[in-house]
Design a protein. Structure first.
Lengths: 425, 425
């Protein structure tokens, strides 16, 4: 289907067919959901042994009684596991609670109130605070910066990560820019892995950016490969080389390794950043849940068992991603209606329609019982100027449901495209 | 021993004896600790069944898969358990993570940034922000207010709770006062229970205080009786009567019910307060650890089992409190050296020496191997102007260790008192 070159009569023929298809689908009372990046129940089952793994033995290898208060940093072995995910030394890692998003929120909240690191100017005392937001990106990142009234500057994504030419100019010119959101491996939603060159250039930003500029490096999908493990260049190693260790703060978690709502989050940063953070964190908590850390260590004691565990996730996710990509390929490979990403891991497929159609496609699909992530969600403030990006999340539904949801989606994309072309014809 | 009326030669005789006792104690290489209010290992053992209680069944009674994301409020049955502790309706309760201190910190942080409730002025935009701090009180409360640069005004405690005459005058006169810290049952450290009259007058403060004034009601020891259950008048019920529901925010947790570092925290507040809080909390987390909530519900499904569980704690704590109180009684009942509280629950005994001696007693005891909570810790900024309050925490050490630690303590109190009297003689 090539809309651009189609005749009006061809468009009308398509329209008749698609309106009938859509009417047919809409009558089926479907209830399908491709919205959020949640693991499915069978993925969660992989970690069911977390309950009872302790066998009543609540002592960590170092003798700590994990049931009691204390241990702001986390258990040493858990720090080591996080360090293996973030590819930085254990002593630079802090183990949090059940949510890396909370660590990110706290990073910004503490920076706002007290400054970053051990002595930076609080962001709240700056005349202006801006953040770079690679787009499309993760709505929850944008929601945090928005809540603090931080101005968000969209930066385009490429297949190698955010456009570094743009970023280098911006951070050097404008020292009101205090941070950038990054999902460096299997970026949410495009699924790209930042290239070695992108990571290296990111690591150099600290040399030209404002002193209290921080890269928030949300490595949520560090070990979430669909097939072979794909390496990500270590930003911290590069920062050490350039002397910019304070410019980057890393995050990851086991939310999509063990239990989404009951996993363990990690933060990795320079000693100065970590000390500043812990000073405030120590006021706000009696320490993380070390029992859950120990539970995790019994199930996943090291990186090798972590990767084995993730291979089981991959086996469950591969056919679901294939169902999405096969449907897109079959419908749109020979068309000018769409482009999409084919990630090797992570949780999303990023889909672009013809301009001006994303909201309409999401509406059509939703009304036919196929709920999609709201169009625009992948842009700061929900504003996708070209109105074309839709995030597809295949992890939660069954493969059968994905196939039906994609059949609905395909009809909606085609119908919206043909309607638009007819209106302009 | 009556210092005030003792002759110089009597003082000198005591001094000779006590210096010898102290020298003797100091040589023993003791390592004792009466500092923090931590449950002992045998108390924590009472909840060991938390591990494996699920039996691999991760469904809450309402069908929720507790392993996945979501559920900002917490599981309905867990809200009900918290509601029974806070004595307010379930729908007014939010279930947090492992730390009620975090909920308190967040309450202040959100109030600072966005205001309290649904529309109050952010505290950060007020010309001045002050907090009332009943003293002696809890150092971690004071540390939070201090971190936000909030001016702390000490208010004296009585056996019925904070001095309400003072408080009523202050909050009506000075609308820069935005809050007060309260531990209404078994106050930390005096152990008093706020009287019905105190609670009723607290509930009325909202009518005369600033609009964005909040009582932070940290009911940490709601069910932590050493013997019979002692009732605390429900502040929320009184607030409903006076139309001041927005003026109080309640907190409690299972930290000293199940596992200190891996319990479940609760917050209880009016719909307006809760909605405002949840709006910001929803940005900062993917939801609380519902698996741990379900685990808790399997062990402690309702208030009746909660009270049965707490009776086991009481049986373990009673002899430890008795060891402290017996030692104080034996040494100081017939003296002018000290006064102390005899709480019916909670985690502390509050001890007052003669003025100007607390720091010296803590130093002497520490050097003899008996570590005590730093003198002054129970006052805002660590400043006990009369230098006399010491918080004794008997829960963590063994009874045998408490007996030795108290023997050391008694010698240190007497020695410091005699030295002071001799210096003045």
């Amino acid at each position: 289907m090539h809309i651009h070159t189609a005749s009006k009569s061809q468009l009308e023929a398509w329209s008749t067919e698609l309106e009938a298809d859509y009417a047919d689908i809409s009558q089926r009372g479907l209830k399908l959901d491709l919205t959020r990046g949640k693991p499915s129940a069978i993925q969660l089952d992989l970690a069911n042994a977390l309950d009872s793994d302790l066998g009543g033995d609540y002592r960590a290898p170092d003798g700590t009684d994990v049931r009691n208060y204390g241990g702001l940093d986390g258990l040493p072995d858990m720090k080591a596991l996080g360090a293996s995910m973030l590819e930085m030394p254990s002593e630079n890692v802090l183990v949090g609670g059940n949510s890396s998003l909370t660590l990110m929120y706290q990073t910004i909240a503490f920076a706002w109130q007290l400054g970053v690191g051990e002595s930076g100017t609080p962001w709240s005392q700056e005349p202006a605070v801006k953040f770079l937001c690679p787009v499309p990106g993760y709505d929850r990142h944008f929601a945090i910066t928005q809540a603090f009234g931080i101005e968000m500057i969209p930066v385009p994504m490429t297949d190698d990560g955010p456009d570094m030419d743009v970023i280098e100019c911006l951070v050097a010119d404008d020292h009101a820019i205090k941070g950038i959101w990054c999902v460096p491996k299997y970026a949410n939603p495009t699924g790209c892995i930042y290239s070695a060159d992108t990571v290296s250039r990111m690591a150099k930003l600290g040399a030209v950016a404002a002193d209290n500029f921080r890269i928030l490096w949300d490595n949520a999908y560090a070990v979430h490969d669909l097939d072979e493990f794909q390496p990500l260049t270590s930003i911290f190693t590069h920062c050490e080389r350039y002397g910019t260790q304070d410019s980057v703060i890393q995050f990851t978690s086991t939310s999509k390794v063990t239990f989404a709502g009951a996993g363990v989050a990690f933060m990795g940063a320079s000693a100065a950043n970590l000390n500043g953070f812990k000073q405030q964190l120590g006021l706000a908590t009696i320490g993380p849940d070390k029992v859950n850390q120990l539970r995790h260590l019994r199930l996943i004691p090291d990186r090798s068992s972590l990767l084995q565990h993730m291979a089981q996730h991959a086996a469950l996710l591969r056919p679901k991603f294939a169902a999405v990509l096969d449907a897109l390929e079959a419908a749109f490979a020979d068309s000018d209606l769409a482009e999409w990403t084919s990630p090797q891991g992570g949780y999303f497929v990023s889909f672009n329609s013809r301009p001006g159609l994303a909201r309409e496609i999401v509406r059509l699909s939703g009304e036919a019982g196929g709920v999609l992530t709201p169009a625009g969600a992948t842009y700061p403030g929900g504003l996708d100027e070209k109105d074309r990006n839709i995030r597809l999340a295949p992890s939660f539904p069954t493969q059968a449901d994905i196939e039906v949801a994609m059949a609905v989606f395909v009809v909606c994309v085609k119908l919206a495209s043909v309607r638009q072309a007819l209106a302009a014809a």
